[in-house]
Every structure is written in structure tokens, then in C-alpha cells.
Design a protein around this ligand. Structure first.
Ligand code: NCD
Ligand code: ZN
Length: 344
């Protein structure tokens, strides 16, 4: 049995860090294992300009523990009102790597999202021309659409439309959760890729209801059936450079998760690599984790590989049930269980 696993220092291509005291609480977990992370822009108010992204990046850097060499990579929140000129500023920026497209109302802090695709067509045209990446939260938002069908219907509708009308646009379908999304990305051109989270590789929708309602398994897009989880594991371990690591670690205070209307988002940064190692190990594919975690994402984003390495060892340990989160606490996805891998 393989006892250790060494990876090139990896990147997390989908991360929520929040701001202020919450940011200061969670950033050390990411900085100790990843060389870079692509930071989502869904603050209140959202990060919509390169100028705002640069000052958010400065706040993140101030919160990174001193001995680290972590480099935040930024995204801008695409809105109905994003000016075409902002695309040029992103193309010229060293640290802003992409626009994030949230359909209005799809998820946490997405009220400023795009209300109709045609509202952003001129911006998408400019992005295609300048090689700026579009990260997509791929879910329908019509409340009449069943929550478990939202991604598959988005793939079949708006995603088809975007990739048809902008065939050279670089697209990352974020946090895919279905066979339909995995197949779509596999069959699309090389300019279309996807991130996959640890929770969608490890759990299916029954986990949300096992023995009672478990809010820490609730994120968007929601966990799907076991057959979808199997498709994601297959895609992640296939060796295809289109699938790479993006945790979507999305911290919410304990009292906003454990509530009568609990927030969407799973916190996984405290054990991100350990969770991915568990998923890859479950199908005998540990040898594929290095490409997924440390090479394919950087390649798609046109970034050099990070210097250095990280090592995991096979060891049973139990993460705390709560971590500090500003003045509050946060409950991780792993609450109540042990892990079989540990970052050295
Ligand atoms: C994210 C958050 O909390 O910011 N929540 C989630 O369930 N994934 C938003 C998002 O990425 O959808
Ligand atoms: Zn997210």
C-alpha cells in the first residue's frame, strides 16, 4: 500500500475567502498547501473592477501568514453592466485571471449576477477576442426548475448557447456535479474545461439526509445521485487536462448554516488535499492526483507551475469539529469523522 504521496505545489482554482476577520481566519489553511488560488468575487458588494480586485488582493496578502509564498489570483464578477473596457483591463492585469458568471439569484451573494445572457454578449465577444477566461456557475435559476436538475438544464441551454456563439471563448464550467456536465466538457473543444470539488467526488445527495438533515453537506450546485458522483470520479481521474482542482471551499458561520434557512457552501480548505487524496485513492488513482491538482489548471490558465512540493502521508486523524471564523465559528465538511491522509 502506498504510504506517502508527493505533489507539485498545487493550485485551488475556485475558492471563497470572504473579507475582514473571516478572511484572516480561513486564508492560512489555503496558503499552507496551495501556491495559488483563484479567489471568487462574490463579496458584498461584489468585486466588479480590476481596481477593486487589486485592493481585495492586497487585503488577502496582508492576511497571509508571513512565512508563506502564496499568490492570490483574482476574478471579476460579471454583471449586466460590466463595461466592455473592463475586459481590456483584465487582459492587461497580472493577477486578475477571469470573469465569473453567476446567473442572477443562483447562489450565495449572486443578486448582481447576469439576468439575461444577451446583456453580456458584447463583453463575451471582447473576452473571446482577448483570450480572457469566463468561469461559469452553471445552474438555471428559475425557481420552478427542480434543484437537482438545474445544472443539467443549464448545460443543455445557456452553456450550449455560449459555446456555440463564442466557439473560441475560454470557459471553465465551475464545480461540475453531473454526468451531463462532465460529458459536455469532455466533448467540447480544448478551450472548455471544468473544476471539480472534493465534496462532489466523495458524497452523493443521500449524504445530505443521512439520519437527519445535515446542513454542512449543503452547497450549490447541490450534491447529486451516486451515478453522477461516479462520472465525476471518472472524469477527475481520466488523465484529461480539461478537469482540474477547484475546491469551492465556501465558509459560512456555524449559525448561518445550522439555521431554519441554512446558507449554501461547504468549508473544505482545512483538509482540501486530504479529501482529494481520499477520493482518488478510492478508485486506485493516486498517481493521477498530481496532474489534476498541480498541472492541468495552471496550464489552462497559462500560468507557470509552482515551485516546490507538498507531501501527504497515510495517517488517520480527526479534524476539529469547529474552527474560529472571525468572532464566530465554522463547521467543516469533515465534522464527525476521521481522514486517512494527512498533509505533512
Ligand atoms: C458559494 C458561497 O457560499 O459563496 N456557495 C456554494 O454553495 N458553493 C457560492 C457558489 O460558488 O455557488
Ligand atoms: Zn463557489
Amino acid at each position: 500500500m502506498q504510504e506517502t504521496l508527493t505533489l507539485g505545489r498545487p493550485d485551488d482554482f475556485h475558492l471563497h475567502l470572504r473579507d475582514g476577520a473571516a478572511l484572516a481566519s480561513v486564508i492560512p489553511f489555503t496558503a499552507r498547501q496551495f501556491g495559488r488560488a483563484l479567489v471568487m468575487p462574490n463579496l458584498k458588494p461584489p468585486v466588479t473592477t480590476v481596481m477593486a480586485a487589486n485592493s481585495y488582493r492586497d487585503r488577502i496578502l496582508k492576511a497571509v501568514p508571513k512565512d508563506g509564498d502564496f499568490s492570490p489570483q483574482m476574478t471579476l464578477y460579471l454583471t449586466d453592466n460590466t463595461p466592455v473596457d473592463e475586459v481590456g483591463r483584465v487582459a492587461d492585469s497580472e493577477f486578475v485571471q477571469a470573469f465569473k458568471y453567476y446567473p442572477a439569484g443562483a447562489t450565495t451573494n449572486s443578486d448582481s449576477g447576469v439576468s439575461a445572457l444577451k446583456n453580456v454578449y458584447r463583453v463575451l465577444e471582447a473576452m473571446q477576442q482577448m483570450g480572457v477566461i469566463l468561469c461559469i456557475h452553471g445552474e438555471m435559476t428559475d425557481p420552478a426548475t427542480d434543484v437537482f436538475d438545474r445544472e443539467a438544464l443549464f448545460v443543455d441551454g445557456p452553456l450550449q448557447q455560449i459555446t456555440r456563439d463564442f466557439p473560441d471563448l475560454k470557459v471553465v464550467v465551475e464545480h461540475i456535479t453531473t454526468t451531463e456536465a462532465a460529458d459536455f466538457v469532455t466533448d467540447a473543444g480544448i478551450n472548455v474545461a471544468a473544476t471539480i470539488t472534493p465534496q462532489h467526488l466523495l458524497y452523493n445527495r443521500s449524504s445530505i439526509f443521512s439520519g437527519g438533515i445535515r446542513p454542512h453537506f449543503y452547497c450549490l450546485p447541490i450534491l447529486k445521485r451516486e451515478a453522477h458522483r461516479q462520472s465525476l470520479l471518472k472524469a477527475a481521474t481520466s488523465g484529461s487536462a480539461k478537469f482540474f482542482l477547484g475546491t469551492d471551499s465556501a465558509p459560512h458561520a456555524k449559525n448561518s448554516k445550522e439555521a431554519c434557512c441554512g446558507a449554501a457552501g461547504c468549508f473544505t480548505s482545512h483538509a482540501a488535499l486530504e479529501l482529494y487524496a481520499e477520493a482518488f485513492d478510492s478508485v486506485g488513482a493516486l498517481a493521477k492526483l498530481n496532474d489534476f491538482a498541480s498541472r492541468f489548471g495552471a496550464k489552462f490558465y497559462g500560468l507557470p507551475r509552482n515551485a516546490g512540493e507538498v507531501t501527504l502521508k497515510r495517517q488517520t486523524w480527526t479534524p476539529p469539529d469547529e474552527y474560529a471564523f472571525g468572532d464566530e465559528t465554522i463547521v467543516p465538511l469533515t465534522v464527525g469523522r476521521s481522514l486517512g491522509w494527512k498533509l505533512v
